[in-house]
Design a binder for this molecule. Sequence first.
Ligand code: CA
Length: 644
Amino acid sequence: MDLRTQKAWFDSTGFEKDYHCDVPMGAFCSPLGTRFNLWAPTARAVRLNLYAEGSGGAAMEQIMLTKGARGLWSYETKRHLDGVYYDYEVTAGGQCRRTSDPWAKACGVNGRRSMVVDLRRTDPEGWSEDRAPELPPENIIWEVHVKDFSFDPASGVRPEYRGKYLAFTEGDTTLDSDGVHPTCLSYLKRLGVTHVQLMPVYDYGSVDEAGDEGQFNWGYDPVHFNIPEGSYATDPYHGEVRIRELKQAVQALHRAGIRVVMDVVYNHTWQLESPLFNVVPWYFYRQRPDGSASNGSGCGSELATERSMCAKFILDSVLYWAEEFHMDGFRFDLMGLIDTGLMTCIREALDQRYGVGEKLVYGEPWAAENNAARPGTRMCNKGSLRDLPLGVGSFSDDIRDAVKGSTMDERSSGFVNGRGIWAPHLAPCIRGWAGEDGWAKAPSQTIAYLSCHDDWTLWDKLIFTLADGKKFRRGTPEVFRANRLAAAFLFSCQGNLFLHAGEEYGRTKDGVKNSYRSAPEINMLDWRRAWRNKKLADYYRGLIALRKQLPALCDKTEQAHRRLLYVADVEYETTGALLDNAGGKWKRLLLIHNVSHDPRHLPLPAGKWQLLVDGENSFRWKKENIHEDFIDVEPMSAMILGEA
Ligand code: CA
């Protein structure tokens, strides 16, 4: 069958009717026995090879799988094959391909061979009692890469855990182990974020798990979607270790009162010739009309989420991570390549199993290139968000670019670095782009952020636009002021809040824009810097603590936009916004943003106003500090006042 004909067949309803197979796939092992299930509808023969080790050595046994209905190939035995490694030889389209199992839950080094695992054996002590902390009044997500978190020798993490999952289990680390300045997990507890978003922790291909610690990659190159990455484990050779250690990290975060979101990349694979491809050539991939690989991901491969078994693969995978690893949320990379039907299905399945809104679901509402999905397929982008459930969210590049300028041009600016401000631009930011004129139905669908792992750090962008542009390690007073002002803008927005790890202390990557494979020293969190810039970090910390007390901004309902009572240009480059804070300690909130280089003397609305935040200190709310009639606002600064 040529590629064009095969593509039409895979896209047809007839194929789905004949071959959709709703049984669990992979290898399942319990004391009663072991079962292997593989969906391979185009295969002529499938051979299972069993090995004693994850790499090297010949197969100790070879078994021909039995073909069943709907493309299912299987083998069942009463033997308990826990810890046995395996791969398949799949003959399809006149070619025999040796491959690991795309549905596998464990593997040996670099995923060359899959491993049968009795999952109960991978549970750390106390795992059955592990629970996520209570849902917080606001979701404040902190995005971090496992290696970045603890690679810095000053982190105080023991050397063998640095850059590993287990660094999260070290609960009382301090800067150079000085016993005074918290780092890593203890720093996070103090910061007050509610969620940690882990950059890819599924098995990816760009780092050699048998290689040295100097390697680095963000990991947006999935190989095995249901297996933790091995380079973050203390032992990548034995399949159960990485599973147990990632669970330990989740458990430690939960114990620290922090929920865990997982970055998932269900839009492409590392290479087109992936385990999925090897088992059912082409089925899992979008194809151009001539049958060649579509490239909506910019990575040369693009998963066909609209084909029913690909959708099943992804849904099963999400539910597996939620169930087995207790993940509290999912951040979908290039969600603009995932169809609305599948995302709705994922949202509904999570709500059904865990309760409405218990698991966070959000993603990037864009793609790298045009996709080649089956005609009539709708993708999850800003244009379709209103047709998606309230619990499917989207990153807001609008707020990101409005505050500090475009990510395309280092010199472009926003509110805080020279572009000025105009109330009609600020209003939709405050409403999180929800309401009648926004792309979101409610702020529950908005992820408000200023920076993430992509593009320049907020700090580096400010250096480009406000300082010399070269000296990234040192900031001018103006850069610090602009950073605090940017944070105040972010925390003035309705929606879920998102911080790039270290944004709060002025993280720099020396101006490197795309550090996906830069040295770990460029990428890692610099814990000395975190404490050197304590004042900035404390400013974020105060905003985080205050935010949780402000229903006006935490409101995620479809009515939330009505809480913005008015927003106006009160003076040149100075705006004032009044919000209804019903349900909170203060009746109304007044947000003042002065992006000019001049101080302001502004009239206050009638009433007594408590100063909560100013340009220097975001903990003013801790003291009674009442203003009436007028207020003085510093240049380049924000103010939040609450009506007493
Ligand atoms: Ca890997």
